[in-house]
Design a protein around this ligand. Structure first.
Ligand SMILES: C[S@@+](CC[C@H](N)C(=O)[O-])C[C@H]1O[C@@H](n2cnc3c(N)ncnc32)[C@H](O)[C@@H]1O
Length: 159
């Protein structure tokens, strides 16, 4: 077993799972605030020089996991590791958000797709040269997804 000490809390407008965005790419403008614990605040030095960050966090409101799930964007079942479903054996989420401000132990961000008061495990700067893969990329079932990312909202299926 591994134990993590969250570095802070992510505050978002989304109090319930129903009807919230299913990805940060579909949450344009949704504003959030991150409060970092005082003991980790010195680690925010220089972060204001970046426009975007990866947030790594705990899907804290998921009970248990499913190894096969029907993702929000498909009507067919897929293995959990071929999806971004929150109901995973290690309930870790990752989102790229836009920084709108950094001060002391607080970061304001946009494009949040996590529930209010989600425990934050890590922050990493978004760097296109590291994070954008060029060349041949295969995207599995997502290539023919029957539903539209921007029109699809979360429901209770992974609670
Ligand atoms: C499909 S996941 C994608 C999250 C992230 N962008 C990723 O790819 O890991 C987003 C959904 O997870 C659920 N969710 C968000 N925050 C959660 C939390 N703290 N606990 C449980 N479920 C959460 C909501 O249903 C939300 O729409």
């Amino acid at each position: 077993m591994i134990e993590f000490n969250p570095i802070g809390i992510i505050y978002t407008p989304f109090k319930t799972i129903e009807n919230m965005p299913i990805q940060s790419a579909a949450a344009k403008g949704a504003a959030g605030k991150i409060i970092i614990k005082e003991e980790f605040a010195a680690g925010l030095k220089d972060l204001e020089e970046f426009s975007h960050i990866h947030l790594i966090y705990h899907f804290s409101k998921c009970a248990g996991y499913s190894l096969e799930v029907k993702p929000f964007l498909d009507d067919k079942t897929h293995g959990i590791f071929s999806t971004r479903s929150p109901k995973r054996p290690c309930a870790i989420g990752m989102s790229i958000v836009k920084i709108t401000g950094v001060s002391a132990n607080e970061i304001t961000v946009e494009n949040v797709d996590m529930l209010d008061q989600t425990p934050l495990l890590d922050i990493k700067p978004y760097i296109p040269e590291f994070d954008v893969i060029g060349g041949d990329v295969k995207i599995g079932w997502y290539q023919n997804k029957p539903k539209e990312l921007h029109e699809t909202k979360s429901d209770e299926r992974f609670k």
